[in-house]
Design a protein around this ligand. Structure first.
Ligand code: XMP
Ligand code: MG
Length: 183
């Protein structure tokens, strides 16, 4: 598929690159203040959070270490299965650390609520969540998300790390995927 096809694959840009960068700056300032003097560990959820982590971590003043976790609750489709599977575990021991989970999107909330419970059980001093995007109407379980970038409608979105079948992650904006692409 050629790059030009993107124009017919997307129906609407929901969040622009400029809006994302401005929001990351605001949230980074809050996180810098909230975690002053604390042992902060950023944990990115692969692969969707790669772009968020890259830009967010560089917007921070603190030199917080980073770790990554890969879980999957999705197949190749667009609906959450609710079954969370660890594909890559953390490399570090999070006992006593103040963990901030960096996520691309909260949809049903199933993935994050599972992660928060899992990290808490490993003895983290605290576990908080930063999600760039949230679909409030899709929530199946309540997840306390301390830092939220943008609330968006319940539509399947791609770009800025978010994929459909591994494509569109490299788009700079977040856009709605046209239903004809997946239906
Ligand atoms: P849950 O439903 O567990 O899902 O909150 C969170 C994970 O599902 C993926 N997800 C999406 N990926 N566009 C995507 O490209 C979307 O609109 C979307 N909604 C959920 C994502 O990987 C997230 O971490
Ligand atoms: Mg995905």
């Amino acid at each position: 598929m050629r790059a030009a096809d993107v124009s017919t694959d997307l129906t609407e840009v929901l969040v622009t690159e400029e809006q994302i960068q401005a929001k990351l700056g605001e949230i980074a300032a809050r996180v810098d203040a909230d975690y002053a003097g604390k042992d902060l560990l950023l944990v990115g959820v692969l692969k969707g959070a790669v772009m968020v982590m890259a830009d967010f971590s560089r917007a921070l003043q603190v030199t917080a270490p980073m770790d990554w976790m890969a879980v999957s609750s999705y197949g190749a489709g667009t609906k959450s299965s609710g079954v969370v599977q660890i594909r890559k575990d953390l490399d570090t021991d999070i006992m006593g650390k103040h963990v901030l989970i960096v996520e691309d999107i909260i949809d049903s909330g199933l993935t994050l609520s599972w992660l928060v419970e899992n990290f808490t059980a490993r003895g983290a001093a605290s576990v908080e969540v930063f999600a760039l995007l949230r679909k409030p109407e899709a929530a199946k379980v309540e997840v306390h998300c301390k830092y939220v970038g943008f609330d968006i409608p319940t539509e399947f979105v791609v770009g800025y790390g978010l994929d459909y079948a591994e494509r569109y992650r490299n788009l700079r904006d977040v856009a709605v995927l046209a239903p004809h692409v997946y239906s």
